[in-house]
Design a protein around this ligand. Structure first.
Ligand SMILES: *Cc1c(COP(=O)(O)O)cnc(C)c1O
Length: 365
């Protein structure tokens, strides 16, 4: 085995090493209580204080305005695929979905169970760009407009906030939250499953504007209804306490490391290390996504176009031998994907870049 592992997995993804040290230290004695958080009551002062602390760090990092609630809900990102229509579609019975990759496609499919879904973009082969807003067919009657700001599988990322003419904008930020500045006031709802960029599986962070609470469809399960969860301060039932705790420790680490601004500078540096090699490879490496829409968090690429499966297999094998792991592209698209979330260091990406260079030198004629 190589001495050191560099984890480029798409999710659950790498956590900062420093956070592991903190978790290890606190695991069996949380905050001086001499018991683990794992066996602490969710109604205890200890947990309620933690719950408030984690909300506060989210509020500070994203500068969340006072008229937004911060919720920690079970069910991950997929739970919110259902929660969004269940909470919001009642106003007009219809919603706009901007499908830019598999994750927004899944969300649109889920929403169809609860109302009319207007697909804002025409059906396309593959997802390699974000069409200009002038090509979008928004329905003025929509209850909300739904986007996924970073498509984890296809590596397509929004670099603008769409103008929805006052219709609430809902954004799945599961794979790029806390990697760049966000003007929360431009969104009705922001949510993120934690296991990509801010923690571990089992919890979704939901940031919702207060006026959007209290309109859930009567069939909405209480556990997915944002209003009672907000009223109960995310302690409606036993929450995924440990996942919320890990998220808090990760976010405190973000804060100690330059906050969202610091993360965004690091993200730009890491992404350009990989994309530059692809660009300068004379077609040896191929990134399918349009340059202006390339994700800084997930870099999918092929060796050759169309991809050479045998060479990609060799690339992945050689990478693993050096400790560069979980670089395989998502099973739905194949190829290679380097996920460069906040916890991945610049030095690790330099190691990957060097390997990409060496591999090309060995294999190009
Ligand atoms: C991973 C992911 C999801 C699904 O998250 P789960 O917690 O597994 O349900 C949703 N949206 C995006 C953008 C993702 O990357």
């Amino acid at each position: 085995m190589p001495a050191k592992i560099h984890n480029f997995g798409g999710g659950p993804a790498k956590l900062p090493e420093e956070v592991y040290d903190i978790i290890k230290n606190e695991l069996t004695n949380f905050g001086g209580t001499e018991i683990s958080l794992l066996e602490t009551s969710h109604r205890s002062q200890t947990y309620m204080r933690l719950n408030t602390d984690v909300q506060n760090v989210v509020r500070r990092l994203l500068d969340v305005p006072d008229n937004y609630k911060i919720l920690f809900l079970a069910g991950g990102g997929t739970g919110q695929f259902a929660a969004v229509p269940l909470n919001l579609i009642s106003r007009t019975g219809t919603a706009d979905y901007v499908v830019t990759g598999d994750w927004s496609a899944k969300a649109a499919k889920e929403a169809k169970k609860y109302g009319n879904v207007n697909l804002v973009l025409p059906a396309r082969d593959g997802y390699t760009n974000i069409p200009n807003q002038s090509e979008w067919k928004l329905d003025p009657n929509a209850s909300y407009v739904y986007i996924c700001t970073n498509e984890t599988i296809h590596g397509v990322e929004f670099d603008f906030v769409p103008d929805t003419k006052g219709v609430p904008l809902v954004a799945d930020m599961s794979s790029n939250i806390m990697s760049k500045k966000v003007d929360v006031s431009k969104y009705g709802v922001i949510y993120a499953g934690a296991q990509k960029n801010i923690g571990t599986a089992g919890v979704a962070l939901v940031i919702v504007r207060e006026d959007l609470l209290g309109h859930a469809l009567p069939i909405c399960p209480s556990i997915l209804d944002w209003a009672p969860n907000a009223k109960a301060d995310s302690i409606l039932n036993t929450p995924p306490m440990f996942a919320i705790y890990v998220m808090g420790r990760v976010l405190e680490w973000v804060e100690r490391n330059g906050g969202v601004q610091g993360m965004s500078e690091k993200a730009a540096k890491k992404a350009s290390l990989v994309y530059d090699i692809i660009e300068k490879s004379n077609g040896f490496y191929y990134a399918p996504v349009a340059k202006s829409d390339r994700s800084k968090m997930n870099v999918p690429f092929r060796i050759g176009n169309p991809g050479n499966d045998a060479l990609e297999k060799e690339f992945l094998k050689g990478a693993e031998a050096l400790g560069l792991i979980q670089l395989k592209g998502h099973r739905s698209v194949g190829g290679i994907r380097a996920s460069l979330y906040n916890a991945v260091t610049v030095a690790e990406v330099e190691t990957l870049a060097k390997y990409m260079n060496d591999f090309q030198n060995k294999h190009s004629k």
